[in-house]
Design a protein around this ligand. Structure first.
Ligand SMILES: NC(=O)c1ccc[n+]([C@@H]2O[C@H](COP(=O)([O-])OP(=O)(O)OC[C@H]3O[C@@H](n4cnc5c(N)ncnc54)[C@H](OP(=O)(O)O)[C@@H]3O)[C@@H](O)[C@H]2O)c1
Length: 347
């Protein structure tokens, strides 16, 4: 029986990881954790803080996989990754924040995760994990010189404070090629829908996304099913970027009721469009994942795939600081998306 410890199991994303496990691996044992030790009717929840090394070690000793869902990933991953490696428990998180992912990977190296046979998969979610996995479909294409990805989130999805903090943190802040999200770009989906998003940072190394043995520039655009929400974010980005970072969680808390109001006029439709381009910037190939509902399960699914692989084979194929595409094949992920009712378009 596969044992999965979920840190932050009572939150929006942790709850989804638990629900997906219950649906797809019914005999998996889920052990939840949060600060209070309360809050879920279906599995035990222990009181463990992300900084409590002794509590984390006890959790890791009783698990095959630890999934860290404690957003907005402004904590230090060191104690969690360290105890996972020391107790031979594989580790995954849903972080999108580049500094967090870099730190988790570095801790995996310092504590010799590879030697100990432990996989440390930070960023094991939509970005960078799934986008890197989608790019493996083009691993033999030498004409791909850049990749763009557009994520349009369903505005009816629940917006927790952690999700909104993660969303707002980079807005208007300086990046390598100007400030993030000051402008928006549009792309048309295969079904003829236009989606709009602003440039967003990702946790890929400076060289970009991996295509076979190379790295090529990766541009990521984040937006919503309703173009006006993306335009409003671009409008407010300069002001948000001017605020000290420590005020963003408070701003996000104020935005939770606004997100709830917006969801009343929003849709359930989410889509991820990833496009491979040639030297002229022309589209060579694309993959789309379309959710008519349940789009927020997509960032939770990679943790499920890891647990599924553990349940099936008893191990993960590689150890050390690893990317999602080293653990899971795109063909298996595609089969899961289709089985779960998502539409996958490849052309
Ligand atoms: N990479 C991607 O593509 C991607 C996609 C989607 C989401 N995400 C990220 O996923 C994150 C998850 O956010 P969410 O919406 O699930 O947050 P949430 O609903 O606020 O849940 C946070 C959970 O963590 C627990 N928690 C908070 N502080 C803790 C601490 N110090 N120690 C232990 N547990 C603690 C909370 O319970 P208590 O308060 O009771 O402790 C709760 O269970 C967000 O940061 C988001 O940015 C990433």
């Amino acid at each position: 029986m596969t044992r999965v410890a979920i840190l932050g199991a009572t939150g929006e994303m942790g709850g989804r990881v638990a629900r997906l496990l219950g649906r797809w691996i019914p005999d998996a044992q889920v052990i939840g954790a949060n600060r209070s030790g309360r809050g879920h009717p279906d599995f035990p929840v222990r009181a463990v803080d992300v900084g409590d090394e002794a509590g984390l070690a006890e959790l890791a000793r009783g698990a095959d996989l630890m999934v860290n869902c404690v957003g907005p990933y402004d904590h230090d991953p060191m104690p969690i990754v360290k105890v996972c490696v020391q107790n031979q428990c594989h580790y995954a998180d849903l972080a999108e924040i580049p500094e967090f992912v870099a730190r988790a990977r570095n801790v995996a190296k310092v504590f010799e995760a590879r030697k100990r046979g432990v996989a440390v998969a930070s960023g094991c979610s939509t970005v960078p994990g799934l986008t890197q996995l989608l790019a493996t479909a083009w691993r033999n294409r030498h004409d791909v010189v850049s990749v763009d990805a557009f994520l349009a989130m369903a505005s009816k999805s629940p917006g927790s404070r952690a999700l909104l903090t993660g969303l707002a943190l980079p807005l208007g802040r300086p990046g390598p090629s100007g400030r993030w999200y000051l402008r928006t770009e549009r792309v048309e989906t295969s079904a003829g829908r236009r989606i709009r998003g602003g440039r967003y940072p990702t946790a890929f190394p400076a060289g970009g996304i991996r295509i076979g043995q190379r790295r090529v520039p990766f541009r990521f655009y984040m937006g919503f099913d309703r173009a006006w929400i993306s335009l409003a974010l671009a409008f407010f980005a300069p002001v948000i970027g001017w605020l000290p970072r420590r005020f963003i969680p408070a701003l996000a808390a104020l935005m939770v009721p606004v997100a709830r109001a917006v969801s009343l006029v929003g849709s359930q439709r989410g889509v991820l469009v990833q496009i491979a381009r040639d030297i002229e910037g022309e589209e060579l190939a694309r993959v789309e994942i379309v959710a008519s509902s349940g789009g927020l399960d997509v960032p939770a699914a990679p943790a499920l795939w890891l647990a599924h692989r553990l349940a099936r084979t008893g191990s993960l194929p590689v150890a050390g600081a690893v990317d999602l595409d080293q653990l899971i094949a795109w063909e298996d992920a595609r089969a899961w998306f289709q089985g779960a009712g998502y539409e996958v378009v490849e052309r």
